[in-house]
Design a protein around this ligand. Structure first.
Ligand code: K7E
Ligand code: CUA
Length: 660
């Protein structure tokens, strides 16, 4: 019976619409139209993949609202270039001003999105960032020791107690000599899962402890919910422990694993001193909202607990064929594993897992960790879902929706009876998908947003590289309806959306200049000055529509280190000023928010006149917002002077008259 139904469905899904228009219903335009001046109903935070940024869209319109730089420098606003933000990109390897951002996770309280912060992972040089959703700025970045390829990250517990990060690559641990043959992998390489605690009030992160686990590749994860609150589930591949040609060598086994970890108990053990301390080195970078300045601290120690030594913490569950997504339904009972090469989707039962653990229903152990019998953990299998299942989210009405990378579609199925309800083509090759709150206890089942890897013929050609794209589907009816395509910035791996009402009223409009604690602030034009201290010159310069104070500076000499401390004096929403100076090869521009101070370091490369100007069109006389700085030879005796409106043109030279 099930087989027959699945067969019918499978023949259905092979018949794709002839063209895109067939997939879009007549009222789609109306459903995504947000009239000029009206707000979108949802924020959608989308990862930028290899651009290291997060972009913010409004839904249902798909309008791009903002790009927030996280792990990559951003010349557009000076992030990573200004003296204040450079420390944010510091690591134990020095400055690493780029990364690959895959996953975003909104903070939660009681398993629901609370709109305070959003966390992001750096996949290359392992880091986790916290972005403040009142300022839409990166507030904190934590590097992770004993890790490489921070992919199974950052997933959070229901009250944001921990941000959890599993390593993709197993590597020699940081306190070991890593200069060893690669083929000693099985003996010398290990994997780590980091538990980063988050302060309830400030959001400040701390690597609380790490769990040492066998050298498999951790891919994705999710925390339990409700009854499974104390547990965390991680998908992993390469249980073969191959170190070369993984495409073949890590696809040998019929089943890899989902690792179930009782994090509550692990926390107890850590608090009871069961871990050991290891000497490591990792950067912890914090942006201070009052001083508009960041600091980077190198931490030297981490607490490690070994899964092998803790008998009742970790259990492996066999999961077919290189599992990728590992998703937990809103009730916390069902855990969905998506095997990239599997022809079915296994759904595990939390209750059955608990029973199997109690009954010691194990088929053996893997590197000292018990392996639960597949059938004993399994609730059931979704048969013939499509090809290449990757990720699943939940609509809050008892259904799951899964992306099928190979067969380019999303498939909706019922969690209870595991029957397929609907399938719709996507364009093309979807990776993640997201329903607002779709990985929380309370999904908002209005839309699903699908993030596609390939767009091929969907947009006007733009050379060899085409925009990647998201697609918005209405999922309120029986059939999922495609409403909109919108191109995204970088590669959208994952995104999370939330009702705008949760965030919009908390949004900071400008910074109070009186509370500006930047050591180089000028709180008014009277405070503007230029101060020489040996070779160092500090320029305390202010901006207000539409002039700089000072705007004429002389007496800078070759070999000087000049610091432009730019304070925007405006106390009004949406009036940033920019700052750029000719030939500033070592830096980008600064974009300074009202009430903020940002600093650009500048080393003039030859004597001459250097114009500077405001880069953000701030008023009708924005174009007049400009100034000059004179650079003299190192041995010159030009005195240091600065002014605005005083250094008038030489009166012996009158400007040419307009003659007729
Ligand atoms: Cu793109 Cu979450 Cu890195 Cu799947 S991951 S697609
Ligand atoms: Cu200030 Cu343009």
């Amino acid at each position: 019976m099930i087989v027959a139904a699945a067969f019918m469905l499978s023949s259905l899904y092979s018949c794709k619409p002839k063209n895109t228009a067939d997939a879009v219903s007549g009222d789609a335009a109306e459903k995504v139209y947000v009239a000029p001046g009206k707000y979108d109903e949802f924020y959608d935070f989308v990862s930028g993949g290899f651009n290291g940024q997060m972009s913010v869209y409004g839904l249902p319109s798909g309008r791009l609202l903002k790009i927030v730089p996280v792990f990559s420098v951003f010349p557009e606003n000076g992030y990573g270039y200004s003296e204040e933000t450079k420390p944010m990109l510091n690591t134990s390897h020095g400055s690493v001003p780029w990364d690959d951002l895959h996953h975003l996770e909104l903070s939660q309280t009681n398993g629901e999105i609370d709109g305070r912060w959003i966390f992001a992972n750096a996949n290359n040089t392992p880091r986790v960032a916290r972005i403040d959703l009142s300022t839409f700025k990166t507030a904190e970045i934590m590097e992770l020791p004993n890790s490489a390829g921070n992919h199974s990250s950052p997933f959070i517990t229901e009250n944001t107690e921990y941000v959890v990060a599993g390593t993709r690559f197993a590597v020699p641990m940081d306190n070991q000599n890593g200069d060893i043959p690669i083929n000693t992998y099985r003996k010398n390489f290990k994997a780590s899962i980091s538990f980063i605690s988050v302060d309830k009030t400030t959001g400040n992160m701390k690597v609380a402890f790490q769990l040492r686990v066998p050298p498999v590749d951790f891919d994705l994860s999710h925390s339990g919910k409700g009854k499974s609150h104390d547990w965390f589930f991680f998908s992993c591949y390469n249980t073969e422990q191959a170190n070369t040609l993984l495409e073949v060598n890590a696809s040998q086994r019929d089943k890899d694993f989902i690792l179930a970890v009782n994090w509550k108990k692990l926390e107890e053990y850590a608090n009871a001193g069961k871990g050991h301390k290891e000497a490591v080195s990792y950067a912890h970078n914090v942006y201070n909202e009052e001083s508009h300045t960041s600091t980077s601290t190198i931490e030297k120690e981490v607490t490690v607990l070994d899964a092998k030594d803790l008998k009742d913490i970790c259990y492996f569950i066999p999961c077919p064929k290189s599992p990728h997504g590992c998703d937990v339904d809103p009730t916390g009972e069902y855990i969905v594993g998506s095997g990239k090469l599997a022809a079915l989707i296994p759904v595990f039962s939390f209750d059955k897992i608990q029973k199997a653990i109690a009954d010691k229903d194990f088929i053996g152990n893997y590197d000292g960790i018990p392996v639960i019998k597949y059938e004993s953990a399994l609730y059931g299998e979704v048969q013939k879902p499509g090809l290449g299942p990757l990720h699943t989210e939940f609509d809050g009405r008892g259904n799951a929706i899964t992306t099928m990378f190979v067969s380019s579609e999303i498939v909706r199925w019922n969690i209870k009876d595991l029957k397929i309800i609907d399938r719709q083509p996507t364009f093309y090759s979807p990776g993640h998908l997201s329903i607002p709150g779709g990985d929380t206890r309370k999904p908002n089942g209005k839309y699903v947003i699908v993030y596609n890897k390939i767009t091929k013929d969907r947009y006007l050609p733009t050379g060899p590289e085409l925009a990647q794209a998201a697609q918005l589907f209405d999922i309120t009816g029986d059939k999922m309806k495609l409403l909109l395509d919108f191109p995204t910035v970088g590669e959208p791996h994952y995104g999370q959306a939330v009702a705008a009402s949760v965030i919009k009223d908390k949004s900071v409009k400008f910074f109070d200049i009186n509370k500006n604690k930047n050591p180089y602030v000028a709180k008014g034009e009277a405070d503007a000055k230029v101060v020489r201290n040996g070779k160092r010159v500090d320029v305390y310069i202010t901006q207000i529509r539409s002039h700089f104070v000072p705007d004429n500076i002389e007496g800078i000499k070759m070999g000087d280190e000049v610091y432009w401390h730019v304070t925007n004096l405006e106390q009004d929403w949406d009036v940033p000023h920019g700052f750029a100076i000719k030939g500033a090869a070592n830096a980008a521009e600064l974009l300074v928010m009202p009430g903020e101070t940002q600093t650009l370091a500048w080393n003039p490369e030859k004597p001459g006149i250097y114009p500077f100007y405001c880069t953000d069109f701030c008023s009708a006389l924005h174009q007049e917002m400009q100034g000059y700085v004179r650079v003299s030879a190192a041995n010159s005796n030009v005195p240091l002077t600065f002014s605005t409106g005083k250094n008038m043109p030489d009166s012996t030279n009158t400007p040419p008259l307009l003659t007729q």
